[in-house]
Write a protein that binds this ligand. Structure first.
Ligand SMILES: [Mn+2]
Length: 483
């Protein structure tokens, strides 16, 4: 605890200096913000945007899918005095420093929770706020939104209900372990509870929380969406009717909190049955079905944004469907029509995902390419680059890929081809190392790749798809791809 307090104090004194700098520069000229497009990045972007809006500091924000050397050069050539990178940048400190060179009119802030690369100097004009520098593990003890909140609280001069977004970002990055949160994340939970903005309880983990209508809750719960369950409202209605749960109570749709303990148990068992029918792919959904729910008390009862796991599902869908603007607005605290559009975006996301999966399952060779040991998914223009990773994961865990070692998705991403690779259970048993395989496979055709043992990816130049496929198959026969 003592160590945690020490880290908290140290991070806060750095955050205060950074907040002062943002205000000082922002009083005179607009601030440039770059953030990641995932749920955590959108929370981080929303937090800083909210603070700047309140301080009447003009800013220009762009959510991006990833950072690259080219993108950094492009951004840094813009005519701004202060650049703020959120939820990304820690891996590019060198490149940013290089581009910055001896420039004395531009300042850069990197507010990130990813492991930082070593740099020669981390001082003006490059300012870094990174939990790893203070002994906090950014992989699970604080999110990008959590780092942004450190600066937020100094910009606005205290804590407020926005602390909820720091927790939502951590949920988006799946930082909660079996025993809940740790590190700075648990500090935010305590703070939010103490200030009366948060309630944590154990319950069925359905979208929207206990006070949200059951039918859309079943349809919008992320793990169930990924399994293709409750795609139509009638699927959820049928389930409730079978369990003799009335669809309406007192003229309003039935909520989870209306159910008796027995009804809840029956509902839980029925959902479990449906998940189990999906085979191994349902494993994580099964473990996620019951546990901590995080309720934003200041959100109206019945609001879809009241439960924070669900809020991060909404943000994730906005990012992946090309509507990060909605995600930022939600994270800033806007509701009403913004929330309506975000819900519509989530339902579009669900449909897009279902359509892509159906296309793959029914495909006769246009999208799928079955080689010995590898199932390739050729997304071309049909599968979005923001969805190929999710789709590759789902297929790798499904019966559809049972006879393969791995699934590798390829899809167009701007002027390049994005690669997403996942091992199947067979591949894991065979001891294949996808990090090595992608590093080599992408590298041999002029691209760049890598990642983890069981999940990796990369980018290759457009037109190199066939060469890449051949390179992967060849590498597979080389010994180093084994662990
Ligand atoms: Mn993050």
């Amino acid at each position: 605890m003592e160590d945690l307090d020490k880290a908290w104090n140290s991070l806060n004194s750095k955050a205060k200096k950074i907040a002062d700098l943002i205000y000082e520069v922002g009083k005179k000229a607009p601030v440039r913000i770059i953030t990641h497009i995932d749920a955590d990045g959108l929370c981080a972007g929303g937090l800083i945007s909210r603070a700047l809006r309140r301080l009447k500091v003009p800013f220009h924000l762009s959510p991006v899918k990833f950072l690259s050397k080219d993108l950094i050069s492009e951004i840094m050539s813009e005519k701004y005095g202060l650049f703020v990178y959120l939820d990304l940048g820690a891996g590019y400190l060198k490149e940013i420093q290089e581009v910055l060179g001896s420039e004395d009119k531009k300042k850069v802030l990197i507010l990130d929770h990813h492991p930082p690369v070593k740099v020669i100097r981390k001082e003006p004009p490059l300012y870094v706020l990174n939990p790893f520098d203070d002994g906090i593990n950014g992989s699970y003890e604080i999110s990008g939104a959590g780092v942004a909140y450190l600066v937020y609280r100094h910009l606005v001069g205290g804590d407020d209900e926005s602390v909820i977004m720091a927790i939502t970002g951590a949920l988006g990055d799946q930082q909660a372990g079996d025993n809940g949160f740790s590190g700075i994340n648990s500090k935010y939970i305590e703070l939010a509870k103490k200030l009366g903005f948060l309630e944590v309880k154990r319950d069925l983990r359905l979208f929207g929380g206990p006070d949200y209508p059951l039918v859309p809750a079943l349809q919008r719960t992320y793990d169930l969406v990924l399994l293709g369950l409750f795609q139509e409202a009638k699927d959820a209605v049928n389930l409730l009717e079978r369990l003799k749960i009335p669809l309406k109570i007192e003229n309003r749709p039935t909520r989870l909190s209306d159910l008796t303990i027995d009804q809840k148990r029956e509902l839980f068992n029925e959902i479990v049955k449906q998940i189990v029918s999906k085979g191994e792919s349902g494993l994580s959904a099964l473990t996620n079905l019951f546990g901590e729910v995080y309720l934003a008390v200041s959100e109206p009862v019945g609001s879809p944004a009241r439960e924070l796991n669900g809020l991060s599902t909404l943000l994730n869908a906005c990012g992946r469907m090309g509507r990060p603007d909605l995600g930022i607005a939600l994270a800033m605290g806007f509701r009403g029509s913004v929330l309506e559009s975000a819900l519509q975006t989530l339902s579009d996301y669900r449909k897009t995902l279902a359509r892509a999966l159906a296309q793959i399952m029914e495909d006769s060779g246009k999208i799928t390419r079955k080689e010995e040991g590898v199932l390739f998914l050729l997304g071309g223009e049909t599968i979005k680059d923001t969805m190929i990773g999710t789709i590759t994961s789902i297929i790798a865990k499904s019966k559809f890929s049972r006879e393969y070692l791995m699934v590798i998705g390829l899809t167009k991403s701007d002027a390049a081809i994005k690669i997403s690779a996942r091992l199947t259970d067979n591949g894991i048993r065979a001891g294949i190392n996808l990090d090595h395989l992608m590093r080599k496979g992408c590298g041999r055709v002029g691209g760049i790749g890598g990642g983890h043992k069981h999940a990796a990816g990369g980018y290759i130049p457009e037109g190199e798809e066939e060469n890449f496929i051949r390179a992967v198959l060849k590498c597979l026969n080389e010994a180093e791809t084994l662990e």
